[in-house]
Design a protein around this ligand. Sequence first.
Ligand code: AMP
Ligand code: ZN
Length: 494
Amino acid sequence: MAGGLKLYNTLTRDKVDFEPIDPDNVRLYVCGPTVYDFAHIGNARPVIVFDVLFRLLRHTYGADKVTYVRNITDVDDKINARALRDFGSQIAGGSMSLNEAIRAVTGPTESQFHADVAALGCLKPTVEPRATDNIPQMIEIIQRLLDMGHAYVAKGSEGHEVLFSTASMADYGMLSKRKLEDQQAGARVAVENHKMNPADFVLWKQSADTEPGWPANFTFEAKTHAIYGRPGWHIECSAMSDRYLWEEIKDRLSPKAKAKPHQFDIHGGGLDLIFPHHENEIAQSCCAFDNDLMATVWMHNGFLQVEGRKMSKSEGNFVTINELLATEKFGGRQWPGEVLRLAMLMTHYREPIDFSVKRLEEAERLLAKWPTGEAGDTAPDVSVLEALSDDLNTVAAVQALHALAQAANADPSKLPLFAASAALLGVAPKKTEVSDDLSAAVQALVDLRLEMLKAKNFAEADRIRDELGEKGIQLRDGKDKETGERVTGWEVKR
Ligand code: AMP
Ligand code: ZN
């Protein structure tokens, strides 16, 4: 590979040279949304951050050499609660089944999420599996864990459960650096009697009639346990990452990758997922597949905060992506998706972001100074590439991009270089389409202004510029390279 990509690895707590197991099949998994409600702009952060990583990997290794899996969590107690809240009377009255009510919650939420992240300029992941389409894969992994002595069946207050036995894994806690002994000694959560260890977590739990469930038979201690139930929180990501990053593509992997079965390159998500979610994914996958590592590199984005507190549904301090794009809830106006995207990238992904109107305005001002153009076959500039290759330093990349924008504004032959570099960040400004009539009218005023400038009638030239500005037309003055004369381009302000 060119460049030398370095990434901060949460597992080792340092920046490492990124070397994919198989450079022809770079494999990335990111935990996706739970589709019970509109995504808020904190949720947008990992989607944008890992979209930049996806773009960089595609550029570095080849667009068809990267597999990016981001799941949709469509089975979760929050979804269930929302279905009962919104459709409880229909379910009670028999006009709707529980599954129909759940689909009525998850379907529109998933569609909204897709529309939101498309507006933020994010590419679609290679695969976007739903948890409920992967139940047999989860059951299979759980059975492996039972067979290998890493799980057990026990009866809790809400019925039978299959639990992961944390004490069965020597290095449980490797990601969060939590020791099992500490968790036992200082456990603030009341020890549930059916658990062998307070840190043990649910792989599968029995469902009541008012809860979604799937039939499953587990064999434990030579007995079959039929547990109509649903998966615990973590097992879906072990199942989906293995299915789409190993099982379904293993035949085409390099011999080196085949020698590291079930392991993939990068796993990402927000900081809050390190414990327990990612820790427990590691426990499940490493134990089920007898591996030291689930993914080589673990990446976590920092929080998007409001007044120093993480934006979250439970804090009630959230603004949805849709509200920001399509309503006047934030700062009394709507904001274009590319402004939100740039505002997010103006801070390094591992740092917290304090989200404010000021930040959006700053991003918007910057974008307004950037030209539009086509990249054609031009490669991105090395300054942007180097910044991103240093653990996704988008702050330095945005600065480098701004310098390229200024160069392109002064010299239109540099436009493709700017456009190709902007595309790597996914912030390529788009030209707003205007009608031929408007175009001709604007051009006539632009030409008139140039004549006024030549005649040194600066007052009239400025008046024309301001008049166009009020109509949303932005002028860009530059110099013709050959004649040295002033040339003026224009575009519709975003
Ligand atoms: P959730 O739907 O809460 O599971 O979150 C989906 C993704 O968004 C996860 O990767 C979370 O870590 C991430 N996330 C949630 N809230 C924030 C926030 N305030 N800032 C950054 N990332 C967040
Ligand atoms: Zn996950």
